[in-house]
Ligand binder design. Sequence first.
Ligand SMILES: CC(C)(COP(=O)(O)OP(=O)(O)OC[C@H]1O[C@@H](n2cnc3c(N)ncnc32)[C@H](O)[C@@H]1OP(=O)(O)O)[C@@H](O)C(=O)NCCC(=O)NCCS
Length: 144
Amino acid sequence: MIVRNVEPDDIYTVIDLEYQNFEYPYPPEIINFLFESYRDTFLVVEKDMDIIGFVIGIIQKKEGHILVIAIRDDYKRRGIGTILMKKLIEVYQKKGITKLKLEVRISNVAAISMYKNLGFKITNRLKHYYENGEDGLLLRRDKI
Ligand SMILES: CC(C)(COP(=O)(O)OP(=O)(O)OC[C@H]1O[C@@H](n2cnc3c(N)ncnc32)[C@H](O)[C@@H]1OP(=O)(O)O)[C@@H](O)C(=O)NCCC(=O)NCCS
């Protein structure tokens, strides 16, 4: 298993994983835009020539903003999401970016738990943040 930067041939599988994992997925054109604009902070996990997970971060005002992470169902809960997040944090650190933020649905206990284990703290509740009216949580991580 390797974690590496996204390549053009990965995009189809990334879009597929996005649709498998989210009720309101980022549309392909947004994924393509993120690929074109933020390739350094767009990482994939490759196993046996297959893409089994990805994470997309961007940089806004010298702050890292993690937009999405997803792991293929049959590889969930094996520590791969954590490995991917740690690798992305390392990429940000190499760019001198130590402040990170992300939003997550309040119902997403798996992701919230993973983020907390990685040192993220809940800083705000975002009322009706999502399309279906669900609240979000804003999480931040300020340390190196
Ligand atoms: C969230 C997600 C990326 C986690 O990836 P993963 O590889 O399964 O996570 P890990 O195996 O690294 O788990 C890390 C920690 O997260 C928590 N966690 C992960 N899955 C969990 C679950 N189903 N229930 C409760 N906690 C869970 C646990 O605290 C776990 O640590 P532990 O296994 O030592 O208890 C994955 O579940 C996923 O793809 N979810 C769908 C997409 C999504 O919701 N993305 C996040 C919002 S952008």
